[in-house]
Design a protein around this ligand. Structure first.
Ligand SMILES: Cc1cc2nc3c(=O)[nH]c(=O)nc-3n(C[C@H](O)[C@H](O)[C@H](O)COP(=O)(O)OP(=O)(O)OC[C@H]3O[C@@H](n4cnc5c(N)ncnc54)[C@H](O)[C@@H]3O)c2cc1C
Length: 396
């Protein structure tokens, strides 16, 4: 009897084994070809598309390199090595299907609407070669459209969203497969180094002291946070002298841990009705959720103010002020410390994000809408959806 054809699992921002719907589906079906496609020029490769994914900043590339290495090691251990390729995803996926005999590509949807549009195009392209693109739900607690007001419109304010959201069940996370069946013909893989994700200048040298990308590190960080800090999180998350936060956001951004897994751990290991710290933390995960839901319902928010009255706001144009802000040379110690932390660690805690954002927009009166510095300077590691909402929201 012939085998079911292999399934390609197309990894993107879900660099993990645990609670991975596409991987779970593929493993359940039979042979699995896990693939990561580095698209060095997404703008060129999607010549027909109306929407393009945004290019990645240098810090994100650093993280991606190390996270891919960790994922490749885990998949090796499970028995089906990660195939890494460069190029236009639709073309690469077609080639890999030809080489392995795969007839399906399974993918977890991204949480941003731009990538979703892009996937529609890829789905059409694959379909013309009789390859099915199976799209699973994105890394969210509740699918977009589940949490809506009584008249089926999106919530625009957090507290009512939160109250409505927690009435809905969160689907239990899926366990990681214990073993994977590789394809009978193993396709070649490019070297990770050939993606050139690590900047030769070495400005990211300090990152390794601060971060360890990868799924097992994400799990360890979360565990250690729960053991040592979560009980006082409701008090300490805003203090700046000692870390009182989890620093899970880059791990979440690269999908090294799923929010469903975190939610499940919070609910099974803590009493959220009586423990203030864990309850406050669960609420912050709902903030992430709210941001992602908003962005999907209002996809124009990355470039347009949420409130109409700010549409024609007379922003200042002052390159010197902007440069000083970016370099941490404003003369305001808290702003400068935060921006320097961003430069050396690629990240900063929530409270100072509010401070630097507010300083830029309300004090220097420089707009948040210039994408060049927004992406390059502020959200070096996550470059995530809540980013933009953070900006838009705080300026209200
Ligand atoms: C100007 C500005 C820009 C921001 N940019 C980003 C960004 O690029 N990416 C990003 O993930 N978050 C962003 N946030 C939200 C928040 O600051 C970060 O999620 C948080 O600081 C990450 O650190 P942590 O993991 O230690 O958070 P914790 O306090 O430990 O919270 C745990 C998780 O909850 C979520 N969360 C916490 N606070 C928020 C919030 N206010 N909004 C949405 N989700 C939240 C995050 O997923 C976070 O990892 C921004 C906020 C502001 C004010």
């Amino acid at each position: 009897m012939s085998d079911t054809p292999p399934t390609i699992v197309w990894y993107r921002q879900d660099l993990r084994i645990d609670d991975h719907q596409a991987l779970f589906h593929a493993a359940d079906r039979g042979r699995v070809v896990p693939v990561y496609i580095h698209d060095p020029d997404p703008h060129a490769s999607r010549a027909n598309g109306s929407s393009k994914p945004r290019p990645m900043g240098a810090a994100s590339k650093w993280w991606l390199h190390h996270s891919l290495q960790a994922l490749a090691d885990s998949l090796d251990d499970l028995g089906s090595p990660l195939v890494m390729r460069s190029g236009d995803p639709a073309k690469v996926l077609r080639e890999l299907c030809e080489q392995t005999g795969a007839d399906q590509v399974a993918v977890n949807k991204a949480i941003d609407p731009v990538t979703d549009d892009w996937d529609d195009e890829i789905e059409d392209e694959l379909e013309s070669s009789d390859i099915e693109l199976i799209r699973f739900a994105p890394d969210l607690l509740w699918t977009i459209g589940t949490v809506m007001t009584g008249d089926d419109s999106p919530y625009k304010v957090f507290t009512p969203f939160w109250k409505a959201a927690i009435q809905h069940q969160v689907v239990d996370p899926l366990d990681a497969p214990k073993k994977l069946k590789p394809p009978t013909t193993s396709p070649d893989s490019d070297d990770l180094e050939s993606f050139n994700l690590i900047d030769p200048i070495g400005w990211d040298d300090g990152f390794m002291d601060r971060w360890t990308p990868g799924e097992s590190s994400a799990r360890k960080r979360f565990k250690s946070f729960r053991k040592n800090l979560i009980d006082s999180y409701h008090d300490t998350r805003n203090q700046l002298d000692e870390p009182g936060w989890s620093a899970m956001s880059p791990h979440l951004h690269f999908g090294e841990i799923s929010p469903r897994r975190m939610w499940n751990i919070l609910h099974t290991k803590h009493d959220l009705n009586n423990e203030k710290g864990p309850a406050a933390y669960a609420r912050q995960l709902v903030w992430r959720e709210f941001s992602c839901h908003l962005l999907n319902h209002f996809p124009e928010t990355p470039s347009q103010p949420f409130r109409e009255q700010f549409k024609d706001f007379p922003w200042a144009s002052n390159p010197e002020h902007l440069k000083r802000w970016q370099r941490g040379q404003t003369g305001y110690p808290i702003v400068d410390a935060a921006m320097r932390q961003l430069w050396t660690q690629g990240w900063m805690p929530n409270r100072v994000r509010m401070v630097v954002a507010s300083f830029l927009c309300k004090h220097l009166l420089i707009s948040w809408t210039d994408p060049r510095w927004l992406e390059e300077q502020l959200h070096r590691l996550e470059r995530h959806l809540p980013v933009r909402i953070g900006w838009v929201h705080r300026f209200d």
